[in-house]
Design a protein around this ligand. Structure first.
Ligand code: UDX
Ligand code: ADP
Length: 478
């Protein structure tokens, strides 16, 4: 592994100058990442392209509240750079043609068909990008994998690009994104590290250096790690697998706490003070969601299985099994506590997003918990500060558990939390939005049926205060 040695191994005249960057895919990763690059380096033109016209229109919207992605601080970054050196467009071919460096930041969902169905990453969008770049490019390009990809994907991209017969030289880099949603701008501005993988050839090292130079504009050089391609690709999967494993590990102890009288938050605090363990990512919950954890672990499991590494595959799969269990157990606890039936009972949901400060709902526990409760004929009434009703309906419909008409009978969405909770038998906190803590809980109690239950799937509310009002309060892991 080469650690920050690239700058020294290259002479100044070997530096590649990057004037224009293009990013294919204006999603949760591409949009914020490119906005920050453009803000930090006004001299580089950054064009973000997407086939989705509505998404591009939203990125170009005059009203910054209409950006397609809600991220604290993103509006200010976009407003500073957009129109100066940051552009959003559907002209994919034009941007590829103009750029010296092309980031691929398209979606890589879990395959829903064929070999590897339900596990492997679907690389069709990445391959399409590679083919499009191969077709359009007339000058040398550095192609950067930004989407999380299975190990050795770069090889496939390389194969496609190197067989164009146009004489254009392509260098492939892996530059996985570690930003977390809700803190994307902060994570991009002050990352723990930037990871860049590339071929360890002279031209590969030059390409790595070109990308190092971009990030070094605002990231300290000792935080920019350079490796070969495969280590970089695998590090991204591993980072997500470790993070998800921490959440499943703490969640795996919640039932034990509930039956023994231990308190999971105390246990997390006690172990988190060990500097080898550390305090972060030990918050018990209804289960992790988001576009990365499940997808990346399934991908890791698939790769291990494909290589005959069954024990390693089973080990990582257990992280997902535990997460699924945590979601169903939460739904089951609601049913059991409500005297064994929730049929025709109203249950309020506070939150639908997979975590606070984002409007993203991919793999959110809310979807699965709602589905299980609707199986029991519960009426779900949801309030989320940022997620739209259309999004919630389509999340539930995507599970294909029942018809859309049936789903819409059981799922009611409100834009006022007090209205969402009125007349309910119980409420469940699914997302840890800060505003939930500051609600008028006496008013909520007065509007609910009695006994009024709270299932706090994030352990964020004040148990003592709620119990003194009269609620029956149930936390996770206490
Ligand atoms: C994650 C990684 O953190 C990021 O580095 C990577 O680039 C993409 O995947 P993200 O999915 O945005 O980021 O959110 P993250 O903050 O990691 O949370 C993932 C899920 O775990 C959320 O549902 C969150 O609520 C849950 N979680 C997290 C817990 O339940 N407990 C915790 O202690 C931490
Ligand atoms: P991520 O969370 O990885 O950023 P998203 O799904 O939010 O993923 O965004 C990926 C974006 O990539 C989508 O907006 C999609 O329209 C876009 N996309 C996929 N394939 C192509 C392509 N071949 N050309 C341009 N844009 C594409």
């Amino acid at each position: 592994m080469l650690l920050n040695g690239i700058g020294n191994s290259l002479k100044n005249n070997q530096k590649m100058s990057i004037n224009t960057i293009c990013c294919i895919g204006a999603g949760y990763v591409g949009g914020p990442t490119m906005s920050v690059i453009a803000q930090k380096i006004p001299s580089v033109k950054v064009i973000v392209v997407d086939v989705n016209q509505a998404r591009i229109d939203a990125w170009n919207s005059e009203n910054l509240d209409e950006l397609p992605i809600f991220e604290p601080g993103l509006d200010a970054v976009v407003s500073e750079a957009r129109g100066r050196n940051l552009f959003f467009s559907t002209d994919v071919e034009g941007a590829i043609h103009e750029a010296d460096m092309i980031f691929i930041s398209v979606n890589t969902p879990t395959k829903t068909y064929g070999d590897g169905k339900g596990m492997a990453a679907d690389l069709q969008y990445v391959e399409l990008c590679a083919r499009q770049i191969a077709k359009i490019a007339t000058s040398d390009k550095i192609v950067v994998e930004k989407s999380t990809l299975p190990v050795k994907t770069a090889e496939a991209i390389k194969d496609i690009l190197e067989n164009t017969g146009t004489g254009v030289n392509f260098e492939i880099l892996s530059n996985p994104e570690f930003l977390a949603e809700g803190t994307a701008v902060q994570d991009l501005e002050t990352p723990d590290r930037v990871l860049i993988g590339g071929d360890q050839t002279e031209s590969g090292l030059k390409a790595i250096q070109a990308l190092v130079n971009i990030y070094a504009t605002w990231v300290p050089k000792n935080q920019i790690i350079t490796t070969n391609l495969w280590s970089s690709e695998l590090s991204k999967l591993t980072a997500n697998a470790f993070l998800a494993q921490r959440v499943s590990s703490i969640n795996a102890l919640t039932e034990l706490c509930e039956s023994t009288g231990a308190n999971i938050d105390d246990v997390a605090k006690a172990i988190g003070t060990d500097s080898r363990i550390g305090p972060k990512f030990l918050k018990a919950s209804v289960g992790f969601g988001g576009s990365c954890f499940q997808k990346d672990i399934l991908n890791l499991v698939y790769i291990c299985k494909s290589l005959g590494l069954d024990e390693a595959a089973d080990y990582w799969e257990q992280v997902i099994i535990m997460n699924n269990h945590q979601r169903s157990r939460f739904a089951k606890q609601i049913v059991t506590s409500l005297y064994g039936t929730v049929a025709m009972k109203k249950i309020g949901f506070l939150g639908w997003a997979f975590k606070k400060d984002t409007n993203d709902t991919r793999e959110s526990a809310a979807i699965y918990i709602a589905d299980k409760l609707i199986d029991e004929h519960a009426q779900i009434q949801v309030y989320d500060p940022k997620v739209t009703a259309v999004r919630m309906h389509s999340d539930l419909n995507a599970l294909n558990s029942r018809t859309e008409a049936e789903n819409s009978k059981f799922l009611e969405i409100h834009n006022n939390p007090y209205k969402a909770l009125e007349g309910t038998h119980a409420l469940a906190v699914i997302t840890e939005w800060d505003e939930f803590k500051a609600y008028d809980w006496q008013k909520i109690y007065d509007g609910m049926l009695k006994p009024a239950f709270i299932f706090d799937g994030r352990n964020i509310l004040n148990q003592k205060m709620l119990e003194s009002i009269g609620f029956i309060y149930k936390a996770i892991g206490r």
